[in-house]
Write a protein that binds this ligand. Structure first.
Ligand SMILES: Cc1ncc(COP(=O)(O)O)c(C=O)c1O
Length: 452
């Protein structure tokens, strides 16, 4: 059940000092805000929540209703909202400087962050090019991979291998690597062609991808993968050994491997990085989302030393990487990311992920998998996808199950007819139990309810 806030208690105020309620805020919101991946003509009809503040792992709306954030605010929140140490790190940095450009100059907290990241990322001799969103980190990796070959004097390395069902963000490069769906087909004319091989839903994906890498090696700038879990595809999972075989094939064929850990990075799979399960060391690694624990937009592309070295040359010469974003290496974000790295690498955090993931697996297996409304359950660590089995297409079960869960105070968001469960790494035993029982009720309600 949705419970009233025991926190601030005071409802949000309008600009005129009157108590404002969700409906008023939704009206004001729809009048001026354009929400991503949202049909705005229907926005208000889909019972959006308007967040006022957060406490721990719960969001509190403008009417004081509380929602357990079971999707980590679209997979970014790691330790919870309002983490005292992260708040303090942000405040400390505010007293120094909020932002200074990384183009040609440095900032001490960014240096400290890069040093700390270098010690933990699965990349040899990493140098870090910062950006703001996951898609930008991927875009940077694509351009670095392309210019790497140019700088080495090799021509014709201008294609990318990407997997079926892939998702790498919404910029044109990311979209091109992506396998469509998500309503983005309208952009097909903008997508550049990639060499596509099946994704993790094909048990033979690794063999097919290896054969493709060997066949196309001479024209590939890089192969791009989401290690272990294809998240946005609906949590499609593979075995670590398959990934290791594919990475070895890329190395043997001389094709750069880009690991997109925007979703899987920072503990979600039970290790700090998903690459660790397969003991792979990609040439380029993309991180985002959890980098700042969900506080501030920051992403980064880590390049192995042999990649980075190919860009060294005369000042202002053609080997230079002519690319950079205005807010890259934002000092506030860097300060939070540095403190977050210290917190997230405490053994207790990953131990909790392991324990809660095991609990989630058992609970989903007991309660959700046998549900007649469910076709399949997939999980790695605290990344889970529940694929629904609607009796016919077009019933929007994913949307309706999540709406039923939100009405019960658990925030879920579907990917089509796959319900994603991705609670923060610090989630508790009670919260996992609450998520699963709420899901059970929501599934029962939608399966029994009238068709829209
Ligand atoms: C694997 C992967 N790469 C890239 C992105 C894009 O990240 P952003 O939304 O921060 O641009 C996402 C987002 O879900 C992702 O899951």
């Amino acid at each position: 059940m949705v419970t009233e806030s025991t926190g601030r208690g005071d409802p949000a105020e309008t600009r005129r000092g009157q108590p404002a309620h969700t409906d008023d805020w939704v009206t004001r919101d729809a009048a001026v805000v354009w929400h991503g991946f949202t049909q705005m003509a229907a926005y208000g009809d889909n019972a959006p929540i308007i967040v006022d503040h957060a406490e721990g792992r719960e969001l509190v709306d403008v009417d004081g209703r509380r929602y357990l954030d079971a999707i980590s605010s679209l997979w970014v929140t790691t330790l919870g909202h309002g983490v005292a140490e992260l708040d303090a790190a942000l405040r400390r940095q505010l007293d120094r400087v909020a932002h200074s450009t990384m183009l040609g100059h440095g900032n001490r907290v960014v240096v400290e962050l890069a040093e700390a990241l270098a010690a933990v990322v699965p990349v040899d001799g990493a140098h870090f090019l910062f950006a703001s969103d996951g898609a930008s980190a991927v875009e940077q990796a694509l351009k670095i991979a392309f210019q790497y070959w140019t700088n080495r004097g090799l021509e014709g390395r201008d294609r990318y291998l990407a997997l079926g069902n892939a998702y790498h963000g919404d910029t044109v490069g990311g979209l091109s690597l992506g396998d469509g769906g998500f309503g983005t087909d309208v952009f097909d004319p903008l997508r550049f062609p990639v060499v596509r091989t099946p994704g993790y839903d094909d048990p033979g994906w690794a063999d097919k991808a290896i054969a493709t890498v060997e066949r196309h090696a001479g024209e590939l700038a890089a192969a791009v993968i989401e290690p272990l879990v294809q998240g946005a595809a609906g949590m499609l999972v593979t075995e670590p050994g398959e990934l290791a075989r594919f990475a070895a094939a890329c190395r043997d064929a001389g094709v750069l491997l880009v690991a997109d850990e925007v979703a899987t990075g920072f503990g979600r799979t039970g290790r700090l990085f998903a690459c660790e399960w397969s003991a792979i060391r990609p040439d380029l690694l993309c991180l985002g989302k959890g980098l700042t624990g969900g506080y501030l937009p920051m992403s980064v592309t880590a390049a192995a030393s042999h990649v980075y070295d190919a860009f060294l040359g005369e000042d202002l010469g053609p080997r230079t990487f002519y690319h950079g974003h205005s807010y890259a290496g934002n000092a506030l974000a860097a300060a939070v990311a540095l403190e977050h790295l210290r917190l997230v690498t405490r053994p207790a955090v990953l131990a909790n992920v392991t324990a809660r993931a095991a609990q989630l697996s058992v609970a989903l297996g007991d309660v959700v998998t046998p549900h007649p409304a469910v076709a399949a359950v997939r999980q790695r660590g605290l990344m889970a996808g529940i694929e629904l089995a609607p009796p016919e297409p077009g019933l929007r079960w994913g949307r309706r199950v999540c709406a039923a869960a939100v009405a019960r105070g658990v925030l879920l968001r579907p990917l089509g007819d796959v319900v994603v469960v991705m609670p923060p790494l610090t989630t508790t035993e009670d919260e996992i139990a609450r998520i699963v029982s709420t899901l059970d009720e929501a599934l029962t309600e939608v399966a029994a309810g009238p068709r829209p």
